[in-house]
Design a protein. Structure first.
Length: 133
């Protein structure tokens, strides 16, 4: 249903798309300007990237919504360039890399990998967003 909803958004009409999961609680927020990067909250990011809320410049939306890339990302190993970035720049740690590479499905890692490999700028901010529990 999200893929259908996304396909209905006119791509040349809006500067940004705001994605919000149904089970979120949003606090009031004001941004003086929306930077030309994908903005996600620190909440539920697991030191990777959050998938519960995003402010997405329209030109990057196809890279945040993984509908056309999901199968490839889920069925292939990390690219050497991405793994090096995780290790040396992100300093994600060998055990974390091994677990995500071989043992578990993680939507946060797939999203981060897709953004990194497509050179899509993303930034985490302390946005007032959390999951309703």
């Amino acid at each position: 249903s999200r893929k259908v909803a996304y396909s209905l958004v006119p791509k040349d009409t809006y500067d940004s798309i705001i994605y919000c999961r149904y089970d979120n609680i949003l606090g009031g927020m004001k941004l003086k300007e929306v930077p030309n990067v994908i903005l996600t909250p620190l909440e539920e990011s697991y030191n990777l990237i959050s998938d519960i809320f995003a402010i997405i410049p329209s030109q990057y939306a196809q890279h945040y919504f993984l509908y056309d890339e999901y199968e490839r990302l889920h069925s292939t190993q990390f690219e050497p360039e991405f793994e090096t970035w995780l290790r040396d720049i992100k300093q994600y740690g060998e055990e974390n890399i091994r677990i995500h590479k071989y043992e578990r499905y993680c939507p946060h890692m797939m999203l981060l990998r897709n953004l990194y490999m497509n050179k899509i700028p993303a930034k985490q901010m302390d946005l007032p967003v959390r999951i309703k529990r």
